[in-house]
Design a binder for this molecule. Sequence first.
Ligand SMILES: *Cc1c(COP(=O)(O)O)cnc(C)c1O
Length: 360
Amino acid sequence: MRAHNFGAGPCTLPTDVLAEARDEMLDFAGTGMSVVELSHRSAEYEAVHQETLRLTRSVSGVPDDFAVLFVQGGATLQFSMIPMNLLGGDRPGGYVVSGAWGEKALANARPHGRVYAAWDGAADGYRGMPDPGEIAVEDGSRYLHITTNETIGGIRMVEFPDTDVPLVADMSSEYLARPVEWDRYDLVYGGVQKNLAPSGMAVVFVRRSVLTESAPDLGDYLRYGFHAESDSLGNTPPMFPIYIMGKVLSRIEAEGGVAALERRSALKADALYHAIDESDGFYRNPVDRRDRSHMNVVFRLPTPELEAAFVAEATKAGLIGLKGHRSVGGLRASLYAALSQESVGVLVEFMTAFRRAATV
Ligand SMILES: *Cc1c(COP(=O)(O)O)cnc(C)c1O
């Protein structure tokens, strides 16, 4: 039986994708090998690679003047690569620090250039995103970095910064689950393991003009140009996530693409927030209502003991991965792309039954 996997990452993947990968594991496309044993220079792998690149473009709707890169090292390496590649001159990079990930992005940029917090929600416990007018962008900034969905705090950006400075966005935990206003961005990135594929890489969308503009003195792998020039085949690529992501993206496309995924995500989140709001305060979501994440729903119970009991009993019932991040405690249900509405329904029923049992 498949678990109802609410884990914050890696994510649950479509069962039919896993079954297809299983069926192809001993003999991919008549090669007598699995896809991960093929040469990355073989025609069979090349076809997989190009198809995943094509699907990434078509599902995301990214314009032609952006390169699409598959880079190992997850979103974390991008925290460093972005300032390394973009802050070559003496212009600063601004950061909206809206949670644990925004904080890490800024901290990891510090060694590579002049960076500053354009807004910081730490003092407020990261309960919400800034109003656009609260973000203080320094004149001449090279970019403004945002985290559109903070995975740990469970908040999403609804109103985007009001600035002429190009945006750079970490979209890891809602990747391809909402449209992107590409005109406003120089770079959009995310680890694929939150919504789209097994762990092992980030997808980076980078405006091609950035590649020529910045001529930094970096080793090959650290330069965006290296990946763009080679279609991300400059060295041995992360073949397994690329292969699985191709299958996942073809499902997402067949099911209506980003717009449909956005709608399905909102429906799943609504069902859960409704269960929280209708619980007479037994379950509480600490986030400003406007900024509630559609992907990571955080909630508290009246006591830490009840929270521990909730996780233990939920696990027994096949509801996995509900413990909140260790830095904040509480509970968190992540509703990534392949998690079904039915799984959310099972969780809602469990929550109702748990509350009844706890409050008699
Ligand atoms: C998980 C996550 C990261 C870190 O991703 P890795 O791929 O593990 O490096 C960064 N940003 C956000 C918003 C995340 O959710």
